[in-house]
Design a protein around this ligand. Structure first.
Ligand code: DGL
Length: 264
């Protein structure tokens, strides 16, 4: 048993899509979340900057005595997951591998689409992971640089969002039967993405798939929080203003949250 919290990091509010799944699948666990909304989006930034920022988030979580870190950000996973995983002596999970496996399982035509930030697409990490596991797959990737800013500015349900998603995804429509939402911000646009792609296309939420791996690792290393422990006191930190983060987070997670501002 280990009653310490699990740490989550993201460039902003996207990692909350992973947290929601944790709250559903492992409700006993306690959460510390850091979102770097002041510097989001990470996706268009150079790799060296994403590496520097991600290490700052990791070090912040380490000051909170976390027992495990979930990199709830595909962009950070693509750039520094291997490095962080090797440096730390606690488990560090990325979101790319679980999404890749889930997509392979889901497709019936071997045609998988991946949407993500410019850096995630440029890194080609999804294609590599998928091809390592199942080389017969045809993987089509597409960068969607306008999606994260829509979510960070809480415009997910606007007509602008509909127009942008429709225009951006047009090249993928009819080409794949499974689409990986390769950015943790994108499940917040899920309804629009599903409408545009068509109801027969299976959407894979890379972050949600990750929680299954969290559960396996907690069991394997005997790190589960004791059921007798007091109810977890979740803490959410943002590098930007509290109000917008709180509104998005409380809507998405359906509960009142303790949100604090922090500098890195
Ligand atoms: N949510 C992140 C991801 O999964 C980052 C989005 C961004 O900041 O560009 O890639």
């Amino acid at each position: 048993m280990d009653n310490r919290p699990i740490g989550f990091l993201d460039s902003g509010v996207g990692g909350l899509t992973v947290v929601r799944e944790l709250m559903r699948q492992l409700p006993h666990e306690e959460i510390v979340y850091i979102g770097d909304s002041a510097r989001a989006p990470y996706g268009p930034r150079p790799a060296e900057q994403i590496r520097e920022y991600t290490w700052q988030l990791v070090n912040f979580l380490l000051t909170k005595d976390v027992k495990m870190i979930v990199m709830a950000c595909n962009t950070a996973t693509a750039v520094v997951w291997e490095e962080v995983k090797q440096e730390l002596n606690i488990p560090v999970l990325g979101v790319v591998l679980p999404g890749s496996s889930a997509a392979i399982k889901s497709t019936t035509s071997d045609r998988i689409g991946v949407i993500g930030t410019p850096m995630t697409v440029k890194s080609d990490i999804y294609r590599q992971k998928i091809m390592d596991l199942a080389p017969q797959m045809q993987v089509t990737t597409l960068a969607c640089p306008k999606f994260t800013p829509l979510v960070e500015s809480n415009q997910m349900n606007s007509s602008v969002a509909k127009k942008i998603v429709y225009e951006t995804l047009a090249p993928l429509v009819g080409k794949v039967d499974t689409l990986i939402l390769g950015c943790t911000h994108y499940p917040l646009l899920r309804g629009i993405i599903q409408n545009v792609m068509g109801s027969s296309v299976k959407l894979i939420d890379s972050g949600a798939e990750t929680i299954r791996d969290v559960s396996v690792l907690l069991n394997y290393f005997q790190l589960n929080r004791s059921r007798e422990a007091a109810l977890g006191h979740h803490r959410f930190y943002t590098t930007a203003g509290i109000d917008s983060f709180k509104e998005i987070a409380e809507n998405w997670l359906g509960q009142d949250l303790n949100v604090e501002h922090t500098k890195l």
